[in-house]
Design a protein around this ligand. Structure first.
Ligand SMILES: [Fe+2]
Length: 365
């Protein structure tokens, strides 16, 4: 496994690059905007293709690199479902698994530092964001922080992991790089409390000043969404209402760009082909399945995803590949559900034959 811990000295932030092999897919956790060039250089040197960029929570002390990495690599941006960031491509819930080729992370919801904080477990290690730091814990006095919730996240979730589990936090200001769950249980001064009330008392009396970047970073990090209106202005977007009305048109090929886990959880639009976003490029290039479908039939490609982020990027990529009929459903299946009130359960086998596309019965999930 390729594993790199990268440091931003200005904000004291650790970012983590993970991949299973040279030449394969990569994922980055908590990237910092000012370091994006460095990450991209490293990925070029290691021959890695970034497919997912993840933030453990909405940061107050630095501007996230998620938007810049998405714009420059077309990767999928990921956060927890509680986030107030305007739109990220993929939102995870507690217990969901985040995967790239050869690497999988289990997401656990660990609120307290913020109400959108997640930790990610990868076999022998856990990425704790600002929930659990080395000999410290993340402050709980802003961004809907809650010391009681943090106590539950730490004592009820993180400290239940095996003692040997490596702890990789999002920050350190003392020069420590890694710890273990057992070490933090024994030596973290914030965890030497006898009750949740004692922890709350401790956290509510830290008397910390606001982070230097807070007024800039929080609003900036809430607006990392891809500008779907740019795609709409070019005439490449349709609304969920229009998509619903087009369901019986046989000249439309609906393409679901989400991952299997999202399809299982949220259902699908009947009659969709499944082309996960990371495999888009090979499908829209000459000889690719979607390229041939669009060129050899009169079908118009209509992409959708969770919120319209990945599909907007897919439309741009398809148009760049010469597929001028490509468009997407603005707002994704989230908007579709609001209009139609339903999706089809994933258990219905996805159609793979383009000739079968068209009307489908709509059943509730
Ligand atoms: Fe934070």
């Amino acid at each position: 496994m390729i594993f790199r811990q990268l440091f931003d000295q200005v904000s004291g932030t650790y970012s983590y690059l993970l991949a299973s092999r040279r030449g394969g897919e990569a994922l980055i956790i908590d990237p910092v905007l000012e370091k994006v060039d460095r990450y991209l250089q490293l990925m070029r040197e290691l021959d890695l293709r970034l497919v997912k960029a993840v933030d453990t929570h909405l940061h107050a002390d630095h501007i996230t690199g998620l938007g810049a990495l998405r714009d420059r690599t077309h990767c999928i941006t990921v956060m927890g479902e509680q986030t107030k960031a305007d739109v990220v491509s993929m939102r995870l819930a507690d217990g969901e698994r985040l995967t790239i080729e050869g690497v999988s992370l289990d997401a656990i919801y660990t609120p307290g530092h913020t109400d959108d904080s997640y930790s990610f477990i990868a076999s022998d290690r856990v990425f704790t964001g600002d929930t659990l730091l080395i000999r410290g814990t993340g402050r709980t006095d802003f961004q809907n922080g809650d010391a009681r919730a943090q106590y539950e996240s730490i004592f009820g979730r993180l400290l239940k992991l095996p003692d040997a589990t490596l702890v990789y936090p999002a920050h350190d200001y003392k020069g420590d790089t890694v710890s273990t769950i057992g070490e933090e249980k024994a030596f973290n001064p914030r965890l030497q409390v006898k009750s949740v009330d004692q922890y709350v008392e401790l956290m509510n009396n830290l008397k910390l000043g606001d982070p230097k970047m807070m007024d800039v970073a929080v609003p900036a990090n809430m607006r990392i969404g891809f500008h779907q209106e740019v795609i709409a202005r070019r005439g490449w977007a349709i609304t969920a209402e229009q998509a619903l009305a087009m369901m019986c048109q046989r000249d439309v090929a609906l393409i679901d760009l989400r991952e299997r886990s999202e399809r299982e959880r949220h259902g699908v639009i009947p009659g969709s082909l499944h082309v996960p976003y990371p495999s888009l490029q090979e499908n829209i290039g000459a000889g690719g399945m979607l390229h041939e479908l669009a060129k050899s039939t009169s079908k118009r490609l209509l992409f959708y995803c969770a919120f319209g982020e990945r599909s907007a990027m897919a439309v741009q990529a398809a148009q760049d590949a010469g597929l001028s009929s490509a468009s997407h459903i603005q707002g994704g299946i989230d908007a579709w559900k609001k209009v139609s009130g339903t999706t089809m359960p994933y258990a219905v086998p996805p159609l793979t034959n383009a000739t079968e596309l068209g009307c489908g019965s709509i059943r509730p999930t």
